[in-house]
Write a protein that binds this ligand. Structure first.
Ligand code: GDP
Ligand code: MN
Length: 383
């Protein structure tokens, strides 16, 4: 789950990471009040979870509270569109923060590097800009320090990385301190990513996190009740938001063949098979173990909210899940949603015979194997 900038800064400041003073609001009048309290010289920042926010006009500097308030009024409720997010996002909240003088901008991040099989710290003296762009044009400018899972990170390793990244010597002490706090915040908050871009150096040589992005591992959200409450609203896609409300593991993939399976591995195999058969999967959806008819229906309903879906593939291997329960769910969904699109079901395992018997004589097309199911749904959907 991605946290908003204001939430990320709150979290990081609890670990002693320096962040500029500021407050969040959804009310323009209040925004002017916050700006006044901060002395008028502020930055107004849209709290939207999208890349390229600054370039999209979501970040603006002001010298006085009146102008900041006027901009806040204009910004709240507006749709911001960026290259990274062409469909855009509506601004609901804004952060009004003390404006800092920036002499230099750095990049610092802590994230999981799957290839390295460990967490890493990433540092660059080329902060402020899109890090993907730096990675593409000047990969040498990004230094990666692996965090040993047993020993953690020693000060000398951080110092070595800072020197290699050509971070000015006068701020290295502060950076070592900040990075250690970031690594601690990362571990203790169950984060999967923390990114500070820019990590700003002020003219007096002090460093501060001028922007912050924290993402919390979804599977650890039960330990973070405060964020869990806002997890559905933070989804970037309305369907993923709905899925999160329903407690369904769903990822929209943009194609037109709806896919439901049980178990992440089986769902991924199904995606591969649909792809191999020439189809474009619309989603990844794992109904989970022991799914009851009601839940299966809810999953079908969710997939059908995507108007691109032309066909539905259901691939279940019953272990804890009973195939007759799944069949009941499919039938209930078929009836209630008045499904017109082709549906192919491959069900195997616990109570498969009962399940198949329930589906016999209905418009659901049975398949013996995953490959056959994928082939059939592609044929029927694109007919
Ligand atoms: P992003 O576009 O979503 O990454 O938004 P950022 O918060 O990173 O802001 C974009 C850019 O605006 C930064 O790289 C800075 O150059 C500038 N900026 C943001 N906050 C301040 C500030 O307080 N003072 C100054 N001088 N510039 C700022
Ligand atoms: Mn930024």
């Amino acid at each position: 789950m991605k946290l908003h900038e204001y939430q990320s800064k709150d979290l990081l400041s609890r670990f002693g990471v320096p962040v500029p003073a500021g407050d969040v609001t959804s009310d323009p009048a209040q925004a002017a009040g916050i700006a006044k309290r901060l002395g008028g010289k502020v930055v107004v920042k849209a709290q939207v979870l999208m890349g390229g926010r600054g370039k999209a006009g979501g970040v603006k500097l002001f010298d006085n509270a009146e102008e900041a308030g006027a901009f806040a009024k204009e910004l709240i409720g507006k749709r911001l569109v960026s290259i990274q997010n062409p469909s855009g996002m509506i601004v609901e909240k804004i952060l009004v923060a003390e404006q800092i003088d920036i002499a230099k901008e750095f990049y610092v991040a802590v994230l999981l590097d799957r290839a390295a099989q460990r967490n890493i710290v990433m540092i660059s003296a080329k902060g402020g800009m899109d890090i993907e762009e730096v990675a593409a044009t000047d990969p040498e400018a990004i230094v990666k320090i692996p965090v040993d899972p047993a020993w953690g990170l020693a000060d000398f390793e951080i110092r070595e990385g800072l020197a290699k990244a050509e971070i000015p010597a006068n701020v290295r002490g502060q950076m070592v301190d900040m990075i250690k706090r970031l690594v601690r915040a990362y571990a203790e908050s169950d984060a999967e990513m923390i990114e500070i871009n820019p990590c700003a150096m002020m003219p007096d040589g002090k460093i501060v996190a001028a922007d912050a992005k924290v993402s919390i591992e979804d599977n650890a959200l039960f330990r973070h009740a405060d964020y869990k409450a806002t997890s559905a609203e933070s989804a970037e896609d309305p369907l993923e938001e709905e899925a999160s409300k329903r407690g369904i593991a769903y990822v929209r993939l943009g194609g037109d063949i709806g896919i439901i399976g049980n178990g992440a591995g089986l769902v991924m195999c199904s995606l591969d098979e649909v792809n191999a058969a020439g189809g474009r999967p619309a989603d990844f959806l794992d109904v989970g173990g022991g799914a009851q008819a009601e839940r299966v229906k809810s999953c079908v309903e969710l997939i059908m909210m995507d108007s691109n879906v032309k066909g539905l593939l259901i691939n279940i291997f019953g272990g804890i899940t009973r195939c007759d329960e799944v069949a009941k769910g499919i039938l209930a969904a078929l009836e209630e949603l008045n499904l017109k699109i082709p549906v192919v079901a491959r069900i195997e395992g616990t109570a498969a015979d009962e399940g198949r018997a329930l589906l016999r004589g209905t418009r659901i097309v049975p398949a013996e194997t995953m490959q056959e199911a994928a082939g059939k749904i592609v044929e029927l959907a694109y007919a």
